[in-house]
Structure formats: C-alpha cells, structure tokens
Design a protein around this ligand. Structure first.
Ligand SMILES: [Zn+2]
Length: 204
C-alpha cells in the first residue's frame, strides 16, 4: 500500500497538473496520468536538502587513536547532481575534496563526504554556494567539540549546467568552482599535489 499523501503532496500535484495544462498538455492523457504524483514524490528526494532532519550524521574520529597520527592529504572524489536556482535545470559533475587533518584534530569517515555532497546538492543551488556549503558542513564536523581546524581543506567541483547546454547559450562546457583553505592555499607543493590529483579534467 502506498503511503497516504500529505496536504503538501496534494498541493504539488495540483500545481503540476496546472503547469501541464499551461504548457499545452493534456494532463489526463495516458502517459501523463501519474506524472503529478511522480513529481511530488521525486521532489521529496531531490529537494530533501531543505529538511534539516535529513542532514547526514557526520562521523568523525580523533586523529592518533589507532597508533597513527595522520597528517597527510586525504582525498575523496565522486559525483554530484543538483539543480540551478535560476532555471530549475540540472547541473551535475564531479568533485574532489581534500583535507589535511590536524595532528590533535579529527578525521572524517570517508563515506560521509559523499553524503554531505548529496545533501547540500539536494536543493536549488548555484555551484559557487554549493561548494561553500559542502566545505562549511565538513569543516564544522571536523571542528566539533572544540577540535582544532584541519591544516588545510580544499574542494574542486566541475559541473555541466543544463540551463546553459539545452537552452539559452546551448553550449557544452564545464564550470569549475574551487574552495581552497589553509595549506592548500599557502603551500604551493600541497596545492600542486592536490591539483595534480584533480588533473586537467575537461569531461564530466
Ligand atoms: Zn540556470
């Protein structure tokens, strides 16, 4: 049995139905019958970033507890999917996140980085703010309970924007946003090592 639709679900379904009519569609034709309902369900998933109760619990560990104090670069790479706030069109691509834990600081559970990326992406965004949101959330977790700041933190995001590719300019291309702090900003060798990992990626 399907869960009962909330008041909000019904409002969204009604609005989508009206939207279909306004663009010239017949919302009662076979292929569109379930569309308002599917969209209201989909919105819960792709816009869950507005719901703070859905924020991921970010597990961190104190550095130096397993007989090793880690003070090198940790890099996580993955995909992201979001929607631009100007057109509600998809933008998506790849991210590279890196940090250098403070010797007396904390270490992130590696799977949590991707979850934070997903959560911050799950609302209307611009890539610049998305990058900042991700770094801010991960940094806050690393500095929980007064833990010292990581020695460096960096994020590169490369995204394709459908509002630029499938309409408007109709030009394929990649937008790169970067947040660089601490050693990644101040130490050219650290920066170089990270940028080498990112490489010259021109397709995402
Ligand atoms: Zn846009």
């Amino acid at each position: 049995m399907e869960k009962e639709r909330s008041e909000k679900d019904l409002v969204i379904e009604k609005l989508v139905r009206q939207l279909l009519i306004e663009i010239g569609e017949d919302p009662d034709r076979e292929g569109l019958k379930g569309t308002p309902h599917r969209i209201s369900k989909m919105f819960k998933e792709i816009y869950r970033g507005y719901d703070q109760t859905k924020a991921p619990k970010i597990t961190t560990f104190p550095n130096g507890t397993d007989g090793i104090t880690y003070d090198n670069m940790v890099i996580d790479q993955g995909d992201f999917y979001s929607q631009c706030e100007h057109h509600m069109k998809d933008f998506f691509g790849k991210y590279w996140f890196a940090y250098i834990p403070a010797p007396e600081g904390r270490i992130l559970g590696i799977s949590k980085i991707g979850r934070v990326v997903d959560y911050c992406s799950a609302k209307l965004q611009v890539q610049e703010r998305l990058s900042h949101d991700i770094v801010a959330m991960l940094k806050e977790a690393l500095m929980k309970d007064g833990a010292p700041e990581p020695l460096g933190i960096a994020l590169v995001m490369k995204g394709r924007h459908m509002c630029k590719e499938s309409r408007g300019a109709r030009k394929k291309g990649i937008m790169t946003t970067t947040v660089i702090e601490g050693a990644f900003r101040d130490d050219p060798i650290v920066r170089e090592e990270f940028m080498h990992q990112v490489g010259n990626v021109t397709e995402v």
